[in-house]
Ligand binder design. Structure first.
Ligand code: IMP
Ligand code: MG
Length: 179
């Protein structure tokens, strides 16, 4: 039923799980036993965040931030604003921003810039997906799950018009859904 608008599965739940293991291992190694504040960017990153935090083997604080960049369409407005800020002080802390996808890059450029002003010890980005063809800024993910072509995807947290976030895999919608 929940797959009725889906054209195909691009990345399966099993692939996501294996890749998340690898990323978490790398993050754990890089932290060298230090604590980290992991920041989940609502709402798309929630499922990736929930899986990733359980696989990172060090002391983790977590917090949540919501920014708006898109309306209900599929193209970035280039404008970013904070809807919900974190409440955790991050001065002198290692910070890891966890995002669903780097598309134009506007959201993460903005987030990194404003969080840097709070003087964290370090600041890195983990993103499940990366669409480099669409980039309009010079932002890069420190930990990227999968590089994907320029297709609009849903599932595993990602939405189209707030739907399909609960699909376990990253999927491509049938073209008629946008029509
Ligand atoms: P950026 O600011 O253009 O990099 O956009 C990042 C945000 O756009 C992500 O957090 C997503 O919410 C949304 N986004 C970009 N591409 C997709 C996609 O293919 N599917 C669903 N959401 C997307
Ligand atoms: Mg999002």
């Amino acid at each position: 039923m929940k797959y009725r608008d889906i054209e195909k599965v691009l990345i399966s739940a099993d692939q996501i799980n294996k890749r998340t293991d690898e990323i978490a291992k790398q993050i754990t190694e890089d932290l060298k036993g230090e604590d980290v504040v992991m920041i989940c960017i609502l709402r798309g990153a929630t499922l990736f965040f929930a899986d990733l935090v359980r696989k990172v083997d060090t002391s983790v604080n977590f917090d949540f931030m919501e920014v708006s960049s898109y309306g209900s369409g599929t193209a970035s407005s280039g404008e970013v604003r904070i809807i919900k800020d974190i409440s955790t002080p991050i001065e002198n802390k290692n910070v890891l921003i966890v995002e669903d996808i780097i598309d134009s890059g506007h959201t993460l450029s903005y987030l990194k810039r404003i969080l840097k002003q709070r003087n964290p010890k370090s600041i890195k980005i983990a993103s499940l997906l990366d669409k480099p063809e669409r980039r309009e800024t010079d932002i890069k993910g420190d930990y990227v799950g999968f590089v994907i072509p320029n297709v609009f995807v849903v599932g595993y947290g990602l939405d189209y018009d707030e739907k399909y976030r609960n699909l376990p895999d990253v999927c491509v919608l049938k073209p008629e859904v946008y029509a």
